[in-house]
Design a protein around this ligand. Structure first.
Ligand SMILES: Nc1ncnc2c1ncn2[C@@H]1O[C@H](COP(=O)(O)OP(=O)(O)OP(=O)(O)O)[C@@H](O)[C@H]1O
Ligand SMILES: [Mg+2]
Length: 219
C-alpha cells in the first residue's frame, strides 16, 4: 500500500497544513487519496456533536465522509490517551490500525496523521510510533521552522530510525513568521540528515504549498 504517516516533532507544528497540501498535490496528479486522522482531541462541540477540525480539513480536500477520516473524537485539548480516559472513551491501537485501512484500495494513497509528536501516546496501549510501525508506512516528519527545530528534528529522526521505519523527508513549516533573517534551519539540517528537507514558508497553502511539497512525492 502506498502512503505516508505524517508525524510531528511536536504538536501544532504544521502536520495538517502539510498533510492537506500533500493531499491536494496527489489529487492534482489524479491519485485517489484516503486521509486518516484516526484520533482527534480538542474537538469543539457544535449542535451536540464533536467537530474534529483536522479531520474536517482532510475530508474537505479528499471528499471523504468525516467518519471515514476520524474514528475517535475527543473534546479535551489533551493527549488522546488522557482525554479518552477522562471522557470514558475506550479504543485500542488495533482499532486505529483497522480504521486506517478501512476503505483503502490497493491503488490508493493512504495519508495518516498521528496526534502530537512521534513519541506521544495515541491510545492507552501505544504511542504514535507504534501506530506507524503497525501500519508499516514511511514516515514524514514535520517540525515548526523556528529556533530549536534542529534538536527536535534530529531527536525525532533518531526515534524513527531506531524502529527501522523509513524516514522519507522533513518539512519545516513556518507556523509563525520568523523575524530572524539569519535563521536557516533547512540548510543547517541538511548537514545532519540524509533525507530531503523542505521548507514551507508562512502563508504558503493550497496549490502553492502543494507545488513546494511535490518533491516529497516524486522520490
Ligand atoms: N506554513 C504555514 N503558514 C501559515 N500557517 C501555518 C503554516 N504551517 C502551519 N500553520 C498554522 O499553524 C497552526 C498549526 O498547524 P497545524 O494545525 O497544521 O499543526 P498540527 O501539527 O497538525 O497540529 P496538531 O498537533 O494539533 O494536529 C495552524 O493554524 C496552521 O494553519
Ligand atoms: Mg493536525
Amino acid at each position: 500500500m502506498r502512503g505516508l504517516f505524517i508525524t510531528g516533532a511536536d504538536t501544532g507544528v504544521g502536520k495538517t497544513h502539510v498533510g492537506t497540501a500533500l493531499a491536494t498535490a496527489l489529487l492534482a496528479q489524479g491519485v485517489r487519496v484516503r486521509a486518516r486522522k484516526p484520533v482527534e482531541s480538542g474537538c469543539t462541540r457544535v449542535n451536540g456533536e464533536l467537530r474534529p477540525h483536522d479531520a474536517l480539513a482532510y475530508a474537505t480536500v479528499t471528499g471523504e465522509p468525516l467518519e471515514a477520516v476520524c474514528r475517535v473524537r475527543l473534546m479535551a485539548a489533551l493527549s488522546p490517551e488522557r482525554a479518552a480516559r477522562l471522557e470514558g472513551v475506550g479504543y485500542r491501537l488495533t482499532d486505529l490500525v483497522a480504521h486506517c485501512h478501512a476503505g483503502v484500495g490497493a491503488e490508493d494513497f493512504l495519508l495518516v496523521e498521528g496526534a502530537g509528536g512521534f513519541l506521544s501516546p495515541i491510545a492507552r496501549d501505544g504511542l504514535n510510533a507504534d501506530l506507524a510501525l503497525a501500519l508499516r508506512l514511511p514516515v514524514l516528519l514535520v517540525a515548526a521552522d523556528r529556533l530549536g527545530a534542529i534538536h527536535q528534528v534530529l531527536a525525532s529522526a533518531e526515534a524513527i530510525e531506531r524502529r527501522e521505519l523509513r524516514l522519507t523527508g522533513v518539512v519545516l513549516s513556518e507556523v509563525l513568521p520568523q523575524n530572524e533573517p539569519l535563521l536557516d534551519n533547512a540548510t543547517d539540517l541538511k548537514r545532519w540528515v540524509k533525507v530531503r528537507v523542505l521548507r514551507l514558508p508562512h502563508g504558503a497553502e493550497g496549490p502553492v504549498a502543494a507545488r513546494l511539497l511535490l518533491p516529497l512525492l516524486t522520490g
